[in-house]
Design a protein around this ligand. Structure first.
Ligand code: HEC
Ligand code: HEC
Ligand code: HEC
Ligand code: HEC
Length: 392
């Protein structure tokens, strides 16, 4: 018998891996090879990976039904040290290549584990849309900051399109009292810490617009003075640095007030203090008039993906619901949840090396890792399909 994989078997994914010409031998093993693999497994592997490749030890992955080429490649990686794990390194040290091929074929031939609470499969947590949560938490803010964060109140800043990192830092500074403003301190003190990032995301994703408020200064004179600011705040007040606020379209009275408060020390920031110190009252007004008339630009922050949206991306390689159809790529469905979590962390830190997984895991948040591990642990696992081949 042999595994029924088509010839298309993901050549595209072989890239970046130490692929041996014969890495699919386990996929084309016959019944005698599988029986031999079972002897190896019963003698050397079952103690940890379970009698049928379904383990019950935390951090030890299920192997039953895992894809044959993948199993073999991982065993080779433990043997060469490319995948560092002292337990598995010691186990495979004295096994020859044939034993690895056969053990891989045996485990691939078994029926996979199914989601169960012992594998840590948890029910799906309620998915909160962070922008919706942010919008709800910002309901109390719109009276001053405008409905979608574009100010209609002179002296109050627009928040739409500001970078979320800057917004979070500003809110925390009011909360801690490091940035002094009684109104904002009392407003922010009612907001739960978890909501700060949701509010920031909500405002960051709103389409920015020019504040609907008057400006007293001279735009042309402001433009000349703003040359000194462009290095940090951007040519036309659109900042490329998350911790430096954009000024384009910002309410003029607020910009002027901020510059005065850096100057008199009411708002402390070492960088802006020195810059504001040299500005006279005329320059302050002119700069404010210049900036409010610049066109603000949306941030390049994107809405974070939900777990299901992430999983669709993972499934492009790992198969529908984590049931890989590529013999060299691991199935994830019904795998033990702590093992999946541990493994995703290992890719993130670089402890386990894989160019594809480094790129994929780098952009995940801690919550994404937990949710994806739980998601895959809950998926129904499908066995590898074996088709009998004529005897050799
Ligand atoms: C002493 C316990 C122990 C024994 C015995 C053992 N393993 Fe493992 N195995 C582990 C642990 C722990 C891991 C996870 C290591 C890691 O995170 O890299 C693992 C991981 C693996 C993996 C990687 C699975 C994946 O999804 O990436 C394979 C393949 C594997 N073992 C095969 C075997 C085979 C074949 C044998 C017998 C020849 C064996 N193991 C014996 C503990 C054991
Ligand atoms: C009563 C009017 C009022 C309300 C309500 C209000 N704000 Fe403010 N907000 C202000 C004013 C005025 C400032 C400027 C304070 C200063 O000079 O530091 C400000 C500043 C800010 C800033 C700093 C912006 C920057 O460019 O540095 C953030 C962020 C902010 N508010 C968020 C919020 C959030 C979130 C809420 C709702 C929970 C809220 N505000 C409710 C009046 C208000
Ligand atoms: C070296 C970099 C740098 C330069 C040059 C610079 N700024 Fe800033 N600016 C910052 C940083 C960083 C902040 C955020 C400080 C904070 O958190 O209070 C800031 C904040 C501000 C703010 C407050 C905006 C808000 O939303 O609260 C205003 C207004 C401002 N700058 C105006 C100017 C003007 C006008 C100039 C030129 C005359 C200038 N800056 C030059 C770095 C710079
Ligand atoms: C471009 C293809 C690709 C995509 C997309 C991808 N992976 Fe992987 N994944 C791989 C490859 C290749 C491996 C095997 C790497 C190795 O040998 O360590 C792997 C391994 C894994 C493993 C280890 C399995 C085991 O049994 O040890 C986990 C867990 C995993 N991926 C999760 C994910 C998650 C979650 C996503 C989506 C966020 C994802 N992958 C997206 C290609 C991909």
């Amino acid at each position: 018998m042999s595994v029924g994989y088509g010839p298309s078997a993901a050549a595209q994914l072989a890239a970046g891996r130490p692929v041996a010409g014969d890495d699919l031998r386990a996929a084309y093993a016959n019944a005698a090879d599988v029986a031999e693999g079972k002897r190896v497994a019963d003698a050397s592997c079952a103690g940890c990976h379970g009698a049928n490749g379904i383990g019950s030890i935390k951090d030890v992955p299920h192997l039953a039904g895992q894809r044959p080429g993948y199993l073999y490649l991982e065993l080779r990686a433990y043997q060469s040290g490319a995948r560092g794990d002292s337990t598995m390194g010691a186990v495979v040290r004295n096994l020859n290549d044939n034993a690895l091929v056969k053990a891989a074929a045996y485990y691939a031939s078994l029926d996979p584990a199914q989601p169960s609470s012992t594998s840590g499969a948890r029910p799906a947590p309620p998915q909160v849309d962070p922008t919706q949560a942010g919008k709800a938490a910002a309901a109390a803010c719109s009276g001053c900051h405008g409905d979608a964060g574009i100010s209609k109140t002179p002296g109050t800043p627009s928040l739409a399109g500001l970078d979320p990192k800057y917004l979070v830092a500003a809110m925390k500074a009011y909360k801690s009292g490091q940035r002094k403003n009684d109104v904002m301190k009392s407003m922010i003190s009612t907001v739960a810490d978890a909501d700060l990032s949701n509010i920031a995301l909500y405002y960051a994703l709103q389409k920015p617009g020019v504040a609907q408020t008057p400006a007293a200064g001279e735009q042309a004179a402001g433009k000349a003075a703003a040359a000194a600011c462009a290095g940090c705040h951007g040519d036309k007040g659109v900042s490329g640095n998350p911790l430096i606020p954009s000024l384009a379209g910002q309410d003029a009275q607020y910009v002027a007030a901020a510059l005065r408060s850096y100057k008199d020390g009411a708002r402390s920031d070492e960088t802006m203090k020195g810059i504001a110190a040299s500005l006279g009252e005329g320059a302050v007004k002119n700069l404010a008039a210049f900036y409010v008339n610049q066109q603000p630009q949306p941030t390049n922050v994107r809405k974070p993906l939900s777990t299901v949206e992430w999983a669709q991306r993972c499934d492009r390689c790992h198969g529908v619901n984590g049931n890989s159809t590529d013999p060299r790529l691991p199935a994830l469905a019904a795998q033990r949840v702590e093992y999946l979590e541990k493994t995703l962390h290992a890719y993130r830190t670089g402890e386990r090396k894989s160019p594809q997984m480094a790129a994929m895991s780098e952009v995940l948040t801690e919550a994404d890792v937990e949710n994806l591990a739980a998601y895959y642990a809950r998926q129904k696992a499908r066995a590898v399909v074996y088709i009998a081949l004529p005897a050799k």
